[in-house]
Ligand binder design. Sequence first.
Ligand code: T1G
Length: 697
Amino acid sequence: MTELLTQTVSIAVHGDILVATTDNPPVNALSHSVRAGLGDAIATFESNDSVRAMILICAGRTFFAGADIREFGKPMHDPLLGEIIARLDGCSKPIIAAIHGTALGGGLEVALACSYRVAAPAAKFGLPEVKLGILPGAGGSLRLPRLIGVEAALSMISEGRQVSAAEAIRNGLIDAIFEGDLKDEAIGFARRIIDAGAHIRRASDLFIPSYDPALFEAARASMRKKFRGFVAPQKAVDLVEMAARMPFAEACEPEYATCKELLGSPQSKALRHMFVAEREALKIGGVSTDVVPRDVRKVAVVGPGTMGRGITVCLLDAGLSVVLIGLSDEGLSKAQNAIAKIYDSALKRGSLSADEMERRLSRLTLTQSYNGLADVDLAIEAVTEDIAVKAEVFRKLDNALRDDAIVATNTSFLDIDELARASRRPQNVAGMHFFNPAHVMKLVENVRASHSTPDVLATITTLARKLGKMPVMVGRSEGFVANRMLSKRTREAQFLLEEGATPAQIDRVLSGFGFPIGPFALADLAGMDIMAAARATRLPRMSEREKRCNIVDRLVAAGRLGQKTGAGYYRYDAKRTASLDPEVDAIIESHRRDNGIVARVITDEEILERCLYAMINEAAKILEEGAAARPGDIDVIWTNGFGFPTYLGGPMFHADRIGVRTIKAALDHYSTLVGREYFQPTALIERLATEGKGFYG
Ligand code: T1G
């Protein structure tokens, strides 16, 4: 008989085994009612002499996914997780954690405090706290190294690395993997261990297996490199080092204190904001959760250029079939070679097996014909950014596809409604704006056209998720969100250059802020010809000053196309190491001379403010126009698309931290210095500043 202990935890006795089941959808977070229920279950177990072992199991899609993030920052009610875990650890009879789905954070800490851990084959285990800017606070960083060794524990705690059941059984994290019904198997396991006279086992009683102390220094250096600017990974190494040196009982308090301190830190608040914003971004306005996405198994990609190839690779990687349509044999065979090269390097890295590569390539057809597309569910158009060329493709697709097939354009700035008008199926037209290289970049700006139906929007969202991307639904607006904001930063970086800053100074300031790479080093990587082409497309809509500020064109004219020609804003040696080049200074100086500009000293502060606030002001305009639905969507776009540091929470979250009033004052200042047409605060910023509010209220 099942007895409900709290809203979320129930117990049932199976002979001499007590089974405590938690059912707290969606992910069995360790909310207050779960902790209270587990406390009651432990009390029942301890006081009932007829039961000899207890199983902790969860209903639904997963084992405990950790502490309840929604309770963070609010007053916590007893029992706290640490208390429950101490009581599990102190039990006088064995407890078995039966794990399916993911045992994460506090969830894994619960399992670690049990005597035994058994799991379903697909189960995964991790301490992802570091991704939220915090660290395990309930014994995880103390028990895990005792159980699996310092080195294995270190990467799980400091990087949040998850391990599979297969790895977990190898390193001693779990005791058994069961293919069958997990509850039945766990009950059988419990009986066997009791019958064999098994004792309780406590990870807290174990000694830390021997380790090389140099490990920690190496880990610190590696964390500095891999997670530049993040506080928690460094602290994680300190914590595991402490755990390795201190007796368990002494280390509990400092572990908890570290977690608590980090919980209040600005980085953790920003990272937790990102966690929520990324999930919110998947909720699309006007598309209820009941809308069923259409099935997409086969996709046509039109345009075998750089974007089309990248998109093809990610579709093949996700198990879809692809028809790649091009205009010529030459274009298609170039694409085929480029795709083969991408897979070859994955093969060399060891991230793909030869068999798997063959399987993926076997799902690819290259053709110049639009015939035989009746089984295609969705087409992605990735041809030249020319409305006439794209409209022609739309017409051809109309004739070739089933009526219910979706056509998604990868345009980065054309009006998608105008494209939809070229189609007989405007309701089935939307945008999927991938970023280059499409098989690597996580962000996809999905674009809602005026007539796109809710199920089309749901379908492109689901498809992007299937490709492992972070899709964000945006509205129609030139350049959408990411590039539109980027173009303002690019403009300011160029203006600053002609006014007196150097590429190296601007790169230093922006990468010091937290961007993975400065704008000029990035331009050298992307190729100056690409930058010049992007500039040319925007030229008709540029101000006189922007048109005149043509340093990019001057570099191209001097044959400086970036890394690929050994010279761009910097000079590159054979290993592509950058160094300063006086020739660049001379080119910039001649530009100034030609335009009567006298260089002045520019402070780092001015560089950062102009680059950042120009973006934030544009973002405010985007919000006013409704081209992005929420400030959080913009944060998700910039952290996933252009490397805005997640520990600052994205541009809008960061703007609130600076204060909209402060930003408005700076915009007024730069309106005077640079020009009102570039820095006039938007109406939204004016209003928020007057009301003393932020983008997030
Ligand atoms: N608390 C509350 N809600 C959570 C949650 C959590 N821990 N995890 C997920 N959700 C919500 C999420 O917001 C979404 O809600 C829904 O569940 C589905 O999530 C003491 C201090 C478990 C792998 O960091 O990694 O323990 O948007 O869309 O892709 O040391 O969620 O639908 O309203 O992500 O299937 C450590 C975080 C906490 C785990 C499932 N744990 N979660 O992925 O679904 S700190 C974590 C995840 C801690 C202790 C410390 C994933 C998932 P909504 P989803 P999914």
